[in-house]
Design a protein around this ligand. Structure first.
Ligand SMILES: Nc1ncnc2c1ncn2[C@@H]1O[C@H](COP(=O)(O)OP(=O)(O)O)[C@@H](O)[C@H]1O
Ligand SMILES: [Mg+2]
Length: 239
């Protein structure tokens, strides 16, 4: 895919991140240059500990860079005031985590409504639940749902805000193969159907085959970035 004249949605420029370690610091992300384009499905692939979650947290405004810059739609979010960062997180980014993070005492629908109430221009929570094909489970509590269904509720919760970017951190790592494929199919429908950008982080190389673009991260650096001219469908993946 040629991205020459397309304005990136999010962009990291020479971005590095240190964490305190013992007496000093450890550099976990090292001089990352990365652009994420509108409507693409990007998979960040790398082994455990290579910095994937840190990278996602920085792009999502949950953590801040040590050096370098983060732009979102050309606006500099490298070191914004906390209030601006909170607004950015709320408005522009939807999150999906490995362990769902649903509220146990709210139903599927209420979990989605709760987030919709914090957003500027949410879609109807019922619509979000329908998009993840859980209308018949809307009144169930998380404890009454399978892992895959809970993860689809958390996808509904991410899309209800109509974010430009959805960040998903190992969203299928806790699921068995068939359930994982169901969840990946839901992501696929969101990217291909609604033109939402998804950046998914995983250690599973097979999942990278359904991406438009694959970013390989190794020891805090970008090892390679490659395009998939023919991304596979979720149901074609096998592991
Ligand atoms: N808050 C933190 N404080 C100190 N070290 C951290 C912190 N978060 C992550 N790290 C370290 O940064 C490295 C990358 O972590 P992480 O981004 O979670 O990797 P991945 O998601 O690829 O497994 C690891 O060595 C981890 O121990
Ligand atoms: Mg991680």
């Amino acid at each position: 895919m040629i991205h020459d004249n397309i304005r990136p949605l999010a962009k990291l420029v020479d971005a590095s991140k240190d964490f305190p370690s013992g007496d000093g610091v450890i550099r976990v992300l090292k001089n990352i240059d990365l652009e994420i384009f509108p409507d693409e499905f990007v998979v960040v692939l790398g082994e455990s500990g290579c910095g994937k979650t840190t990278l996602m947290n920085i792009i999502g405004g949950m953590d801040q860079l040590t050096d370098g810059k983060l732009f979102f739609e050309d606006k500099d979010f490298s070191h914004p005031p906390e209030k601006e960062l909170t607004a950015y997180r709320r408005r522009s980014v939807g999150f999906v985590f490995q362990d769902y993070n649903l509220m146990p005492n709210l139903t599927a629908l209420e979990n989605v409504q709760f987030i919709a109430e914090l957003a500027d221009d949410p879609m109807d929570a019922h619509e979000a639940i329908e998009k993840v094909r859980l209308t018949d489970r809307a009144d169930h509590y998380p404890g009454q749902l399978s892992g895959g269904q809970q993860q689809r509720v958390s996808i509904a919760r991410a899309i209800v805000k109509r974010p430009k970017l959805i960040l998903a951190d190992e969203p299928t790592a806790a699921l068995d193969h068939n359930t994982a494929i169901e969840v990946l199919r839901t992501f696929e429908e969101i990217v291909r159907g609604q033109g939402t950008t998804v950046m998914m982080v995983t250690h599973n190389a097979e999942i990278a085959r359904m991406a438009d673009r694959v970013v390989r991260l190794r020891d805090g650096r970008i090892d390679s970035v490659s395009d998939n001219p023919h991304p596979l469908r979720a149901e074609e993946l096998v592991w």
